[in-house]
Design a protein around this ligand. Structure first.
Ligand SMILES: [Zn+2]
Length: 405
């Protein structure tokens, strides 16, 4: 008697990559619009040019998964560092430049379409410095310029903390919280357009999102969000928002975080946060101890929460494609920023598993290539190409710029 396929393939083993997927990944098509790994380099001294044994992401595992480019996110935790946001973000920029200077064979910072192509041809992972949360510029256009000169090309306008010039997706009200984007906020967006920095609207409040779309003259992204139609969560995008992004030739990067993608997964994560294994993790120490604590939280969460199948992420991608169109959906994993991943997508070496699942869902390889990176790459090229032309003489400052202080 011939066994059925389900008897041959273990239910919890990831699908084997088909030849077509392997060929696709060999061309390194993945453009991950959101990844927090650089914080591990700063706080723990992790070398992201080498295979690392903790966390989700490094350039070696990324390359195995077909990674061509990633947005090197500098996120400043406002609970810890609000008063020194600029300094903390600049430490992360310095770490990215240090990585590029030490390991030009593995990692290179790119600022425009030409540099991205050159890195791709050299088979070096491209890094695009990004800031998550406008608090890093501390209300100063000069500081925004400072980051631009050191490679900033993607700016998530706001994180979960409201700023005087933009409301986040979080709740709360008060005299200091604008309803959407303030006059200064519109000026920031205009400046990003002028410089050639991609405007990222994940985390923005709904009104802020539309105000920013109104203000921007360049295609925007939402780098790491899910679909509100599949799971009501303030971090997700409504169908109207997905369509509005498409109308501006932008891209929605679908996030891997189970808690944003699925109501049961979110409840499961909240349950684990009340367990002894989780609550006993000490997060109170210095920065390095807190970073180790976060890795331990990741370990416990991935181990103890009932896994969320990767197919749920595929459902969000498929829904976004249905609503916004195949040219307007990408990925922003949030690797190393999230406490757990969908099953089978536990590290950056598993983008190919997502590709395989998309193929099995009925996506053509051409469409998979667009979702995994082609669409994000288009926005990056459109926005930075023109910006760099206007600033041709400026160039990147590079690691030496930090050495000089
Ligand atoms: Zn985020």
């Amino acid at each position: 008697m011939t066994p059925s396929p389900s008897e041959i393939t273990p239910q919890n083993a990831p699908p084997v990559w088909s030849d077509g997927v392997r060929e696709l990944l060999a061309r390194r098509p993945v453009f991950d619009a959101h990844c927090d790994a650089i914080a591990r380099a700063v706080d723990l001294g992790d070398d992201l040019a080498e295979r690392t044994t903790s966390g989700h992401f490094d350039c070696v595992r990324g390359a195995e998964g077909g990674l061509g480019a990633w947005v090197v996110v500098a996120w400043v935790d406002p609970a810890r560092d609000l008063e020194r946001s600029f300094d903390r973000a600049s430490e992360m920029f310095a770490a990215a430049h240090d990585l590029a200077a030490r390991r030009p064979d593995r990692f290179r910072i790119v600022g425009n379409a030409e540099e991205l192509s050159a890195a791709h041809d050299a088979r070096v992972v491209a890094g695009i410095p990004g800031i998550e949360g406008g608090h890093a510029i501390e209300g100063s256009i000069d500081k925004l310029h400072w980051f631009f000169e050191r490679g900033l090309r993607v700016m998530t306008l706001v994180w979960n903390n409201h700023l005087p010039w933009i409301r986040s997706c979080d709740g709360g009200a008060g005299a200091d919280i604008p309803i959407g984007l303030s006059e200064f906020g519109r000026r920031v967006v205009a400046e990003l357009n002028q410089l050639g920095i991609v405007v990222d609207l994940s985390h923005a409040g709904e009104r802020s999102f539309y105000d920013a779309l109104d203000a921007t003259s360049k295609p925007p992204i939402a780098s790491h969000s899910g679909c509100m139609a599949l799971h009501e969560h303030p971090r997700n995008l409504t169908d109207d928002q997905l369509r509005a992004l498409a109308q501006h030739d932008g891209v929605a990067g679908i996030v891997f975080h189970p808690g944003f993608l699925d109501a049961d997964a979110r409840r499961e994560e909240m349950r684990v946060r009340t367990t002894n294994a989780y609550t006993s993790i000490d997060m109170s120490g210095n920065r390095e101890q807190a970073a180790r604590g976060f890795l331990e939280q990741q370990r416990v969460m991935q181990r103890d929460a009932r896994p969320m199948p990767a197919s749920r992420l595929v459902e969000h991608i498929a829904h976004a494609v249905d609503v916004a169109g195949i040219d307007h959906v990408g990925i922003g994993s949030d690797y190393d920023g999230i406490q757990r991943t969908p099953q089978w997508l536990e590290s950056a070496s598993s983008y190919g598993t997502l590709a395989e699942l998309l193929v099995r869902r009925g996506f053509t390889l051409t469409d998979v290539e667009k979702v995994l990176g082609g669409n994000m790459r288009r926005v990056f090229e459109t926005v930075t190409g023109k910006g760099m032309a206007a600033h041709a003489a400026q160039g990147l400052v590079g690691a030496a710029g930090f050495a000089r202080g």
